[in-house]
Ligand binder design. Sequence first.
Ligand SMILES: CC(C)(COP(=O)(O)OP(=O)(O)OC[C@H]1O[C@@H](n2cnc3c(N)ncnc32)[C@H](O)[C@@H]1OP(=O)(O)O)[C@@H](O)C(=O)NCCC(=O)NCCS
Length: 182
Amino acid sequence: MLEGKNVNLRIVEKEDLPLLAEWVNKPEVFGEFNPLRQASRAEMEKMRGDGRFEAGEFFIEKKDGGKVGYIWHFNVMHPAGKMLEIGYFLLPSERGKGYCTEAITIMVDYLFLSRDVMRVQALIDVRNVASGRVLEKAGFKREGTVRKLLFLRGDWRDAYLYSILREEWKEPKILTRKEVES
Ligand SMILES: CC(C)(COP(=O)(O)OP(=O)(O)OC[C@H]1O[C@@H](n2cnc3c(N)ncnc32)[C@H](O)[C@@H]1OP(=O)(O)O)[C@@H](O)C(=O)NCCC(=O)NCCS
């Protein structure tokens, strides 16, 4: 478990997939700027079982163990560089409390401490103001607009590309080097 001040990140296990499927299948939880998709538990298990799904998935948990959201990192293939991308969501009742900013900060610490990557990035619908703000609060910079990247609810949408570079991160903000090594 990766421990923060108000939230922890706990790895998603196979037995957690029913809860994750329940959340992802609810449009109000997954959010209006994520694809309107429905995934069965069997599909989610299959995707994670065949080795194609190279990702790290975590629940965002409050200190009392209550699960309030989800954050994941995944590989972005590029022949010339090493980078990881992140995505996240919170239960609607838990938004506006700073949990996502803290979860992203923990995730960035974890990735720069444990992986030899130069950049961590996120791509968000240009209309997703809350997501842009949490990224900026976690130290990401907006790099530009990627045109017609996201197919959301019947339309192609432009996305903002955000990133934080290793040299901008400099030092862990929440985790310690010892924690990640142990
Ligand atoms: C994106 C998300 C995780 C952000 O977490 P959150 O707890 O809602 O974040 P906050 O409520 O703290 O809002 C973040 C900031 O955006 C601002 N904000 C939120 N909604 C806004 C809106 N509609 N217009 C303008 N500003 C807005 C808040 O005021 C806050 O800024 P501040 O700290 O400077 O006051 C959450 O909204 C969510 O789960 N959304 C659905 C899933 C999603 O879109 N995920 C991202 C896809 S990559």
